[in-house]
Every structure is written in C-alpha cells, then in structure tokens.
Design a protein around this ligand. Structure first.
Ligand code: PBG
Length: 338
C-alpha cells in the first residue's frame, strides 16, 4: 500500500488519543482482570514448600500450603486453580497406576482446598505423565503410546478426581476420543455437572521443559527404544493450524465446555482463530517455559519484569481468550489490585 503524505489527512492524528494516561485508559480495547486468571500450581506429597530451580518464584506446595493458597486465591479474586502433582519417583510405574489413586495427593489436595475455600474452582489435569516412570502421557507398547488402552486409564483417573470434588477436568494427553469417553463416564455416574476444559490444540513443544522439572516427570527418551524422546506422535506439530480447527471441533462435539491452546504466546494466532471460528470459551496456557523465559531475562536485567508479565498476559486478552492458565496468577492479581 502506498502511504499518502500526512498532509492528505490533515485532521487524522492517531497520537491524539495517546497523549495522556486518562485518554489511553478511556479508549483501551481490552483489559486484564484477576478473574481472567487460572493459577497453575504444583502440589507434592511431602511437607512445606520446595522451590523449582528452573522457575524462580514457583514452589511445589504441600497439601496444607495448597489449602492456604486457595484462600489467597479467593482473596485475590482468582476464580480457579489448576493443580498438577509431583509424585515420588520410587512410587511410579510404567502404567502410571497412581493416576487413579483415590487417596493420592491430587484427591487429597482437592478436598483440602475445597474445604478451605469452596468458592474457588479446582481444575485437574487428566494425563498419566506425572505417574509414569517413562514420563509419557499414556500406556506405552513397543515404543508407542497406545490410544484406546490409555483412554481407559484416563477415564478412571477423571472419575476419581471428579468424585473427590474436582470442578473442571482438563485432559492434556491428546489421545483421540478421550473427551467423549470421559463425558460419557461422567454422565453414567451422575456427575453431569463436572466441566471439561480440553487441551484441544496442544502442541509438541520445547516450552514444557521446566514443567518436567517442576513435577519431576520421568525423563523422556532415556535411551530405551521403548521410550521415545518426544511426544510428537500424540501432541500436535507446531507447523499446523488447520489441524487445530479439527481438534477443537472434535472436542466440542465430544462434550468439552471450554477449549485450550497450549503453549500460549508462540500460538496466539491459533487462539485468535479458534475464538473466531467456534465462539467457545477459549483459554491459553502460558506454560512453564514462557514463565522461565520472562524470569530469566528479567533476572539478568534485560527486560522490565512486571511490565513484561503484564504485557504477555494482556496479549491473550487481545487475542480473544476468555482467560489464561499461568504461574504468575497470584503475583499478577496483586499487581492489578495495586
Ligand atoms: C501433561 C502436561 C504438560 C503440561 C501440562 N500438562 C507437559 C507435557 O505435555 O509434556 C505442561 C505445563 C507447563 O509446561 O507449564 N500432559
């Protein structure tokens, strides 16, 4: 496009509205609120708080600490907490049997958090990776994650979590057909009010690195041919966008109430497309690697930490997201409160 000389539009000066804080606020198109945040949190089986080295400012929390955090979320106006388990490596097995443990750390955390702050929603991941020795999200056979056998395990895990009081089940495993299977099982058990937020467009990403450290998940590709070094046979190819449409359409048809894009910032184009295409509540997961990048640059003095955090989260609102799953949630809610 050829840009005409400024003189052609003598009255048009877009900077006019930017000249003062009050006028910028007045014409602002989107805003970030504490109610946009889902607090991503790791709970562990022991006592106290354990810092996660690759995620400065993030600790693994004991169940008692998680209950306190639920009260803090209520006070900060954060509507929901997503919990992820750190499991003692010695207790894991190849099938991830502990995923459906009725008195496991996740179920106990749900109950403690709900008792402490019943007004705060609790979301749980449905996937086997925190519980498997090999770190994959499902059952492995001859070096491949087997779809349908994995779904059976995921349904058990989902039901155990739902019975413990989980409000939102979030299948993050990317098996085909898992949303429908979980939805049918919930209906059959009279648990029809449990919500499902599917990790619908979840990519095989390098940005999950620090999360594996946070939850202590088994090392992928430990040299064993039966343990592939990545999740590319079940998570999406980062090069694809049309496929995200098909993934989301299926999850909606199978009974998802909300959908998610993951990772967040590198996939803002996908978030915007899904919002435009489906008009479903669409969430983005600002994943561990995104958190770590911002913190590492800030700690080196290379970016302004608070501004970068707010800008990174505001971008999801601009892309049309209903909200963001983020490790920054409590900090940002405090920043927004001023
Ligand atoms: C497990 C799961 C992962 C994350 C959430 N659920 C890791 C993975 O799929 O490998 C990533 C979260 C983060 O990086 O913050 N299925």
């Amino acid at each position: 496009m050829t840009v005409p000389p400024l003189a052609a539009y003598p009255a048009t000066r877009l900077r006019r509205l930017r000249q003062a804080d009050w006028s910028r606020r007045m014409v602002r198109e989107t805003s970030l609120q504490p109610s946009d945040l889902i607090w991503s949190m790791v709970v562990h089986e022991g006592e106290g708080r354990i810092p996660v080295a690759s995620m400065p400012g993030v600790d693994r929390l004991s169940i008692a600490e998680a209950a306190k955090a639920a009260i803090a979320a209520r006070e900060l106006g954060i509507p929901c907490i997503a919990i992820f388990p750190h499991i003692d490596g010695a207790r894991k097995d190849a099938e991830g049997s502990l995923a459906a443990e009725e008195d496991g750390v996740i179920c106990r955390a749900i109950k403690a958090m709900k008792a402490a702050a019943p007004e705060v929603g609790i979301m749980c991941d449905v996937a086997l990776d925190p519980f498997t020795t090999h770190g994959h999200d499902g059952v492995l056979k001859d070096g491949r994650v087997v779809n349908d056998a994995t779904i059976e395990r995921l349904v058990e895990q989902a039901l155990v979590q739902a019975r413990a009081g989980c409000d939102i089940l979030a299948p993050s495993d990317m098996m085909d057909g898992r949303v429908g299977a979980i939805r049918a099982a919930l209906e059959a058990e009279g648990l029809q009010d449990v919500m499902i937020m599917s990790y619908a467009a979840k990519y095989a990403s390098a940005f999950y690195g620090p999360y594996r450290d946070a939850i202590g998940s088994g090392k992928l590709g430990s040299g064993d041919v039966a343990n592939p070094g990545d999740k590319k046979t079940y998570q999406m190819d980062p090069a694809n966008t049309e496929e995200a449409i098909r993934e989301v359409a299926l999850d909606i048809a199978e009974g998802a109430d909300m959908v998610m894009v993951k990772p967040g910032m590198p996939y803002l184009d996908i978030a915007r497309r899904l919002v435009d295409e489906f008009a479903m509540p669409t969430f983005a997961f600002q994943v561990s690697g995104e958190y770590a990048m911002i913190m590492a640059a800030a700690q080196n003095g290379w970016i302004d930490e608070e501004r970068a955090i707010l800008e990174s989260l505001g971008a999801f609102k601009r892309a049309g997201c209903a909200g963001i799953i983020t490790y920054f949630a409590p900090r940002v809610a405090k920043m927004l409160r001023g």
